[in-house]
Design a protein around this ligand. Structure first.
Ligand SMILES: [Zn+2]
Length: 140
């Protein structure tokens, strides 16, 4: 015999949403278990089952906000430094500016004008870089 389906009344729904989806909307138990989040286009849902009364329902999610992806503070590179073969250190705000300066010096000097290249993150942590002549800097 098929299990009798309990009606999810408006009142039960409202109570469930007020509780933040933490208690079974049928019996009020907090022994509920969610399955995988399913996403189809702009609709996201999750099947939830009550371990006490064995009812199942779907939580339906809506996009509520958007935020830029912020890198962790220690991953943010604050400055680039290039020490030339004379021992002079030059500071650059971006990798592009540092690479352009290195390439300009290279074109002028005709040989590797760079002694050391490094960058510092927001915490002042120093990361040594190797110059590759495809004009990018890579950690070494
Ligand atoms: Zn229940």
């Amino acid at each position: 015999m098929a299990k009798k389906q309990t009606i999810l009344t408006f009142q039960r729904k409202a109570q469930y949403l007020a509780d933040g989806g933490s208690k079974c909307p049928f019996c009020g138990s907090d022994e509920i278990e969610g399955g995988h989040m399913e996403v189809d286009g702009t609709t996201t849902w999750q099947e939830v089952t009550c371990l006490k009364c064995d009812e199942s329902w779907q939580d339906i999610y809506q996009l509520s906000d958007v935020e830029p992806v912020a890198p962790a503070k220690d991953e943010k590179i604050a400055k680039f430094f290039v020490m030339d073969s004379n021992g002079d250190t030059h500071e650059y705000k971006t990798e592009t500016a540092a690479v352009e300066a290195i390439l300009d010096d290279f074109a002028e000097a005709g040989d590797n004008p760079v002694d050391e290249v490094w960058c510092e993150n927001a915490d002042g942590h120093k990361i040594m870089l190797g110059v590759n002549w495809k004009a990018t800097l890579t950690p070494i």
